[in-house]
Ligand binder design. Structure first.
Ligand code: CTP
Ligand code: ZN
Length: 153
């Protein structure tokens, strides 16, 4: 993409989540626990033209590098995304997402009797299936709309 086509400006230090499936940018922000209330510098592009994907979403977060748990849940909601770590304006690292075996934290179990949803210091843990995720504690399966089960920290 040439510079005159760039819609959201380059960032200095932080993370660019690129090639997000169109329509998923707000879910990506939810996974990262970003709603703007902490003063984070965030740019979001939605339905921007992409050679590879037709249309894509893109999220740029200044001053934040992602945790492995965040990356794991992202890979379920935005499987085609690439994660670029930016340092001093340069792409320092570029990662394609891989489907993890398990996701820990971030998603919450819909079963209110599940030990992971009670006031215990137990992180949620789901096994990743081909068509959903299964709670390790109570075996509840979430098949559709994973994004509705994101618990913001
Ligand atoms: N980017 C940014 N700020 C920087 C450097 C890069 O916001 N200081 C963004 C670019 O706009 C792009 C993404 O990070 O959306 C990846 O940058 P780069 O690897 O240079 O772009 P491409 O080669 O197009 O990436 P890909 O091969 O993943 O399509
Ligand atoms: Zn459960």
């Amino acid at each position: 993409m040439s510079d005159h086509e760039l819609r959201v400006s380059k960032i200095r230090n932080g993370t660019v989540i690129d090639h997000i499936r169109a329509g998923q940018a707000l879910n990506v922000l939810a996974i990262l626990g970003i709603d703007g209330s902490d003063g984070e510098e965030v740019s979001v592009g939605m339905n921007v033209p992409s050679d590879r994907m037709g249309r894509k979403d893109i999220v740029k977060v200044e001053g934040k590098e992602l945790s492995q748990n965040e990356v794991d849940v992202l890979s379920l909601i935005a499987p085609d995304a690439s994660i670029n770590i930016i340092r001093e304006y340069e792409v320092a690292e570029k990662h394609r997402l891989e489907r993890p075996e398990y996701v820990v934290g971030i998603l919450s179990c819909p079963n209110s009797n599940c030990i992971s949803t009670e006031d215990e210091p137990v992180d949620s843990k789901f096994e990743v299936l081909s068509d959903g995720v299964r709670c390790e504690y109570c075996e509840t399966i979430i098949r559709d709309d994973l994004a509705a089960h994101i618990s913001v920290k």
